[in-house]
Design a protein around this ligand. Structure first.
Ligand SMILES: Cc1cc2nc3c(=O)[nH]c(=O)nc-3n(C[C@H](O)[C@H](O)[C@H](O)COP(=O)(O)OP(=O)(O)OC[C@H]3O[C@@H](n4cnc5c(N)ncnc54)[C@H](O)[C@@H]3O)c2cc1C
Length: 324
């Protein structure tokens, strides 16, 4: 077992973790990034990215993340092929994290950038047509379906927000919900019902996403939850909006989580309730969930960590002085 020590330990290698690493490395904090099971994060499972600033032409998600990692390494970040299996936040700093490899990581500061994963329906065709007509992010992919007939699947706030957002690109949006009423907040429901671009299909579940190889999604196979009757619904774009699951199991009981499992931070900052422990990106943000916002909060975490280290070092110097 090896112990790796650093002034900033970063768990997660998506846009949040790598941006934190770039800032921390350039501040001389010699950060370590533990990459986890999805090196590069969620953007590695998408293709076209058209809204990350700095690129006039469409870029590919995996390429963007390779570049971000190369930049982080170039300025002095150590990348570790490991997944954190437990953390001890109560007795730090240093904060201790154990890896699946058996190694230990000790960080004077800790940056949690473990992200979130969209929840999927788990039905046939969903993954096969992911990125080819099936998406879990209207803000990311809605633009690619402008002028087309699209559907949103779900009944909570996320689904209604996605449907409303899609009316910027399409005049024909259908919300498909398995029940006969929505869970979304009333104000969102009011906006939905006022829109003449959105219709709702009640009591229907999606049984299968259907299409042709090379052509992408062409239609859905639906089932009525009351009668059991099956039907076909033609669409080229389907947005699954049944929520996200933040990767916070490791921190439950050690940090306050909100009712949906996201890490709670002081408003407008990446600071958790434990001094020296920061959270950035999708793991603390259920509102924006974009690469650029994840990168922004990663930057904030590194800047705040640097300030924290300054105060920690002053305190250590004072203690050493008192002991002398
Ligand atoms: C299909 C798709 C398309 C998208 N398209 C766009 C787009 O066009 N534009 C846009 O701005 N956004 C897009 N997004 C959203 C964007 O990808 C996210 O907002 C962003 O990736 C969040 O970054 P993050 O760093 O917070 O987390 P993530 O990207 O989720 O990264 C989390 C990281 O944490 C690591 N991790 C988790 N648990 C552990 C552990 N125990 N130990 C070590 N590491 C761990 C993972 O391996 C991963 O590296 C898209 C998302 C999806 C799913």
């Amino acid at each position: 077992m090896t112990i790796h020590k650093t002034r900033m330990l970063i768990i997660g290698s998506g846009p949040a973790g790598l941006s934190a690493a770039i800032y921390a490395a350039r501040a001389g904090m010699e950060p370590i990034v533990v990459q986890g099971l999805q090196p590069g994060g969620q953007l590695t499972i998408t293709t076209d990215v058209e809204n990350y600033p700095g690129f006039r032409d469409v870029i590919q998600g995996p390429w963007l993340m390779q570049e971000m990692q190369a930049q982080a390494e170039h300025v002095g970040t150590r990348m570790m092929w490991d997944t954190i299996t437990s953390v001890d936040l109560k007795s730090g700093p240093p904060f201790v994290a154990k890896g699946d490899s058996g190694d230990e990581y000790h960080g004077d500061t800790l940056c949690i950038a473990t992200g979130a994963q969209a929840k999927w329906l788990g039905v046939e065709g969903e993954q096969a047509f992911s990125g080819k007509g099936v998406s879990a992010c209207a803000t990311c992919d809605g633009f690619f379906y402008r002028g087309k007939k699209v559907v949103v699947i779900g009944g909570g706030n996320t689904a209604v927000e996605e449907a409303l957002y899609l009316t910027n690109h399409s005049d024909d949006v259908t919300l498909i919900h398995r029940r006969d009423s929505l869970r979304a907040e009333k104000i969102l429901q009011d906006r939905l019902h006022k829109s003449d671009k959105i219709s709702v299909l009640w009591n229907k579940t999606v049984e299968e996403f259907c299409g042709e190889d090379g052509k992408g999604l062409t239609h859905l196979r639906l089932k009525d939850t009351e009668t059991g009757e099956e039907s076909r619904f033609d669409t080229e774009g389907a947005f699954v909006a049944i929520g996200h699951a933040p990767a916070t199991e490791l921190f439950a009981g050690q940090l306050p989580l909100d009712p949906s499992g996201y890490i709670e931070v002081a408003p407008g900052t990446p600071k958790t309730e434990i001094p020296g422990v920061f959270a950035c990106g999708d793991v603390m943000d259920h509102t924006y969930r974009q690469a650029v916002t994840a990168a922004g909060t990663g930057c904030m975490a590194a800047l705040d960590a640097e300030r924290f280290l300054g105060t920690l070092e002053v305190a250590r110097d004072e203690m050493a002085g008192a002991d002398a």
